[in-house]
Ligand binder design. Structure first.
Ligand SMILES: Cc1cc2nc3c(=O)[nH]c(=O)nc-3n(C[C@H](O)[C@H](O)[C@H](O)COP(=O)(O)OP(=O)(O)OC[C@H]3O[C@@H](n4cnc5c(N)ncnc54)[C@H](O)[C@@H]3O)c2cc1C
Length: 659
């Protein structure tokens, strides 16, 4: 019999579900809750906010991260902003509209009830962060300022210059520190979770590696929450921080947690193009730049060829010879179409030969019009640090005048190209954010819950903080309420013993391969396979070829890897080898999911399924479900289990950003 997933969504109309849910949940007896321990793995915006909130509610929290401080979690990289339905601009925004935009932006593949809850708590997040002192940008009169992000026709993005993630993380960190000081949160920095420990079918603890001493340690608790981020680095080159990995999530998957929608990977349209094969990182230019920057390529192929040969510069091409292709194709949303749409449109132009740099894989992002209209000062106030970042990397300052044609000043444009950025897929969770393993919860980017097949800009921070501050602290209590009588499991139980031995054996195995190839050289090759066969444009044939190549490369990893050093002490190469082992599992999972989904939706684009205009063609009759995967052992194909989607408030239709 087919397995059926219970998403635990309460009955009733969508807007009422969350309210009813909160009203009916069982609250933990305050006497008991003080005895309950929760492990929170991760100190990004999701993890730090959850750990701080749980601590404040009286739980004993063990909080771990791989960095030397929670403040260095990858969330710090977030630039552009965070969405909320405050409607401060009086432009017709509402909870319903944010809910609708998010479901539509996700190409109707998100769980409707979850998205409604997300939109509803979005406003609380802004209040919470303002109370913490997060310095959001303000209007002259003192009101919080907003800007627009893709997929929305209202201004609902709150921001702190181009450093929103950093400022939000400092806010969450101050709450976390308060709980550390109060003795409710015990922080373990430079610790990496290597395995989850299951006792009698429930998550009861973890095995973590002290990254400085190399020692494995056991942690026991009544529940485990993972908030360990996404799997974008499977592709090697991405906008993610170098340390981002999916080891904790993949290990939970190996232990029985289902992995949902892995093929939904977001490719961000505005990244600095790849410039050589020695690169290990790509840099994002925030989507916020699309508020004032216009994206274009030349209309004439001879101009494109001259740009590629370096005999012409962008600013020498006059207005009438520029093709603002997003404005042309999507007049209603223009440069602010969602990321999947903008990325595909850039690829389409470059595939046709209109790319503007020496590799032919770049388009222009130009501020000439907005600087001429608003002045450089205003543009610098909005994007100053992004302009400086771009200059540091490329030696081109986008605010420099380069030419004047017919009295119009032309500034040096940025060059951008799509790159791997975010992963909508993740560990499957029910409405309470619990995985298929009782007692194991997943929050933030590492779960799959809210974005469907494509995430709208500025919605990741919203989801991470919604999960951490406002959802998990309520829902986890339903699980913990029954757990208080059991107490904590001692760490000398055989389940802990076995899990630790297995982790230790893996470390020994990797060190003993003693082959000839470094971790990075194999990872880079995996990245090439992922980008080539499982990237922006996928075909059944290409995906099968990609899977074959991944199997071969995994064999090379298992037989020809070289990891220097020992298990004892700091060994960064060994840590990276563990991550790469799990990127292999992840890469194959992405390909399996992409192969099984014979449609195009959001970030998943199967070239066989597109309209005549090159837009994604969904198949709602056959693929209107969450694809959940169950691990079946190394080298075996995982099993697909479907969670059917049910929409009652929103009419499922074809996305339209043209009018
Ligand atoms: C360049 C860039 C800009 C972005 N800008 C925006 C934006 O403007 N707006 C927006 O909404 N979103 C943005 N995003 C997306 C957003 O930043 C992320 O989705 C979000 O910060 C993820 O938060 P998180 O808490 O889920 O995970 P992370 O911030 O990735 O944190 C993961 C945590 O888990 C820990 N960890 C990982 N593995 C382990 C392990 N095995 N053991 C122990 N600890 C572990 C890490 O130490 C870290 O503390 C951006 C992303 C990038 C890359």
């Amino acid at each position: 019999m087919a397995k059926v997933l219970d998403s635990k969504i309460p009955a009733g109309p969508v807007p009422e579900k969350w309210k009813e849910y909160k009203a009916h949940q069982r609250l933990v007896n305050p006497k008991n809750k003080l005895k309950l321990d929760v492990i929170v793995v991760g100190t990004g915006l999701a993890g730090a906010s959850a750990a701080a909130s749980l601590g404040e509610m009286g739980f004993n929290v063990i909080n771990l991260c791989i960095q030397d401080s929670p403040r260095r979690a990858h969330s710090i990289a977030a630039q552009g902003g965070i969405n909320a339905a405050k409607c401060y601009q009086n432009d017709g925004d509402s909870v319903y509209r944010l809910f609708y935009d998010t479901v539509k932006g996700g190409d109707y593949r998100a769980r409707e009830a979850n998205v409604y809850r997300l939109a509803e708590v979005s406003n609380n997040i802004i209040d919470q962060c303002v109370a913490q002192g997060v310095p959001f940008a303000r209007e002259y009169g003192g009101m919080l300022a907003n800007r627009s992000f893709g997929g929305a026709q209202v201004s609902r993005t709150f921001y702190a210059k181009g450093q929103t993630g950093q400022q939000l993380l400092l806010g969450a960190y101050s709450s976390l520190s308060c709980q550390v000081n109060a003795g409710k949160v015990k922080l373990y920095t430079r610790y990496e979770m290597e395995d989850v420990v299951i006792v009698d079918g429930r998550a009861r603890g973890i095995i973590a590696k002290n990254l400085v001493t190399g020692k494995l340690e056991r942690f026991s608790a009544n529940a485990v929450v993972i908030a360990t981020g996404g799997y974008g680095n499977t592709y090697f080159l991405s906008t993610n921080a170098m340390g981002c990995n999916c080891t904790a999530a993949v290990q939970c998957y190996r232990k029985g947690a289902f992995f949902a929608n892995p093929s939904y990977v977001q490719i961000h349209p505005t990244c600095i193009p790849v410039h050589g094969d020695k690169q290990s990182k790509l840099t994002l230019m925030s989507e916020s730049l699309r508020n004032d920057g216009r994206i274009w390529v030349p209309k004439k192929i001879e101009d494109a060829k001259a740009l590629q040969a370096g005999t012409k510069q962008g600013w020498e091409i006059p207005e009438e010879d520029r093709d603002y292709y997003l404005e042309r194709r999507y007049p209603a949303f223009g440069n602010l179409v969602p990321r999947d749409v903008a990325s595909r449109a850039a690829k389409e132009r470059c595939d046709k030969g209109f790319g503007v740099n020496n590799t032919g894989l770049a388009v222009f992002l130009d501020f000439s019009e907005s600087i001429n209209r608003l002045g450089l000062d205003v543009i610098m106030q909005r994007y100053g640090n992004l302009f400086e970042m771009y200059e540091e990397i490329t030696d081109v300052f986008p605010g420099d005048v380069a030419n004047e044609i017919n009295g119009v000043k032309y500034y040096k444009p940025m060059m951008i190209y799509p790159a791997i950025h975010y992963t909508m897929g993740g560990i499957w969770v029910d409405y309470e954010l619990q995985t298929t393993i009782p007692g194991l919860f997943a929050i933030g980017e590492c779960n799959f819950s809210d974005h469907g097949a494509n995430r709208l800009g500025a919605s990741a921070l919203m989801q991470g903080l919604a999960d951490g501050y406002f959802v998990l602290p309520y829902t986890i209590q339903n699980y913990l309420a029954d757990q208080s009588i059991w107490g904590k499991v001692p760490t000398d139980r055989p389940e802990f013993e076995e899990a630790e031995k297995a982790v230790d054996a893996e470390l020994t195995r990797l060190l003993n391969i003693k082959g000839k190839r470094s971790v990075d050289s194999i990872h880079k090759e995996l990245g090439h396979i992922m980008w080539e066969y499982v990237g922006m444009g996928r075909t059944a044939e290409g995906l099968k070829e990609g899977l074959k190549k991944m199997h071969e490369l995994e064999k090379e990893f298992d037989t020809n890897l070289f990891v220097p050093g020992t298990k004892e002490g700091l060994n960064v190469e060994l840590d990276k080898a563990i991550h790469l082992r799990d990127f292999f599992t992840m890469g194959q999972l992405v390909a399996f999911d992409a192969l099984s989904r014979n449609e195009s939706c959001g970030g998943h684009f199967r070239e066989e399924y597109q309209t005549e205009e090159g837009e994604a063609k969904r198949d709602d009759e056959n693929y209107f479900y969450v694809g959940c995967w169950e691990y079946k052992g190394k080298g075996n194909e995982p099993e697909l289990i479907k969670e059917p989607l049910e929409y009652e408030a929103i009419k499922v239709q074809t996305r339209n950003y043209k009018n």
